[in-house]
Design a protein around this ligand. Structure first.
Ligand SMILES: Nc1nc2c(ncn2[C@@H]2O[C@H](COP(=O)(O)OP(=O)(O)OP(=O)(O)O)[C@@H](O)[C@H]2O)c(=O)[nH]1
Ligand SMILES: [Mg+2]
Length: 320
């Protein structure tokens, strides 16, 4: 079953990819074997992240970018992350409606995923889903996420190029913006440039970028877009292509891919070790007992970890 599903995904079956994403989303153990088999087939896609505040126009922009990519004959995979927070509760429905015009196009695969609920588990599921669309043979995989939490920022860091989408705002709002979002952007867009203050916001972002310490030689461009009118989309794609050229020419791509492997491996290790400890080392009721004792200050989390590690060293369940 595993081999068959893996073969179907790498042969380009959308249905197989959808099924596999559901398995990874549920952290189904069956997904592991398939993920092993498809790893070698992945690594060819360009991965782009789109992040920004709720309602900035991310979905509209990704949709417009998708149209352009399809005109160029490129296949597209989109992961829209639904943070399931009260103020963006309608994200899934919204994405469906706005991306409707691609719904009959086999060259566009769109999937919404939630980030909340598990101990970082769904952040991992998102990374797996990107790899699945990569192995499916998509030329470009885009991740749309609301840039609010650490999970979202982490996800965007796994993209080759991160596009930060902002809207015209008052100066104070920009100052209040988390420095984090400035650091992750390889390309900045001031979307809704049809609204007042777009140029001023653009200038302010440019100034903030001038002041911000930069690790790399790449200076992120700041562009104005009107996503719902398709304006600035060609320029956005050109900026992403220039960033790609920079990654290739500076050898940054190799270093980036290695960091991505590290992030993936260590994340998986953390997930699996936690799973192993909870399932194999702790007896039923142990976790509750530890939590009660820590809360009552009869012990501390460090001592409990020592105890768990000692049991792990002795061989997990054998030590019971
Ligand atoms: N005036 C104007 N409206 C726009 C522009 N781009 C998008 N919009 C509108 O802004 C609203 C939000 O757009 P979305 O694409 O759903 O924004 P989003 O960032 O994906 O939203 P969430 O996923 O809910 O965070 C929609 O009504 C769009 O039609 C633009 O350039 N100018
Ligand atoms: Mg959206």
């Amino acid at each position: 079953m595993h081999e068959e599903l893996a073969e179907k995904v790498t042969a380009g079956s959308i249905r197989a990819a959808a099924r596999l994403i559901t398995l990874v989303e549920n952290r189904d153990p069956a997904a592991r074997e398939v993920m092993k088999s498809i790893h070698r087939a992945a690594g060819k896609a360009q991965i782009w992240g789109f992040t920004g505040p709720p309602g900035a126009g991310k979905s509209t922009l990704v949709d417009a970018v998708t149209t352009k990519l399809r005109e160029q004959g490129k296949t597209v995979g989109i992961i829209a992350i639904d943070p399931t927070s009260p103020f963006t509760g309608g994200a899934i429905l919204g994405d469906r409606i706005r991306m409707n015009r691609h719904s009959l196009d086999e060259g566009v695969f769109i999937r919404s995923m939630a980030t909340r609920g598990h101990l970082g588990g769904l952040t991992r599921a998102t990374v797996d889903a990107v790899n699945i669309l990569d192995a499916l043979g998509r030329d470009v995989v885009m991740i749309e996420t609301v840039g609010v939490g650490q999970d979202e920022v982490d996800i965007v860091k796994t993209a080759h190029t991160s596009v930060v989408i902002l809207v015209p705002t008052l100066g104070d709002d920009i100052q209040a913006m988390k420095a984090g979002i400035l650091e992750i952007g390889d390309v900045f867009l001031i979307n809704k440039a049809d609204l007042d203050g777009a140029t001023r916001t653009q200038v302010e972002i440019e100034m903030m970028l001038d002041l911000a310490p930069r690790r790399a030689a790449w200076r992120p461009p700041v562009l104005k877009t009107i996503a719902n009118a398709g304006e600035g989309i060609t320029e956005t794609l050109e900026a992403i292509a220039r960033h790609r050229d920079y990654l290739l020419s500076s050898n940054e791509l190799g270093a980036f891919n290695r960091r991505r492997s590290e992030w993936e491996l260590l994340g998986l290790l953390q997930e699996q070790m936690t799973h192993f400890a909870l399932a194999e080392v702790l007896r039923p009721g142990d976790l509750d007992r530890h939590l009660d004792a820590i809360t009552a200050r009869q012990t501390d989390p460090f001592s409990v970890i020592d105890e768990i590690i000692t049991k792990l060293r002795r061989g997990g369940s054998a030590a019971r």
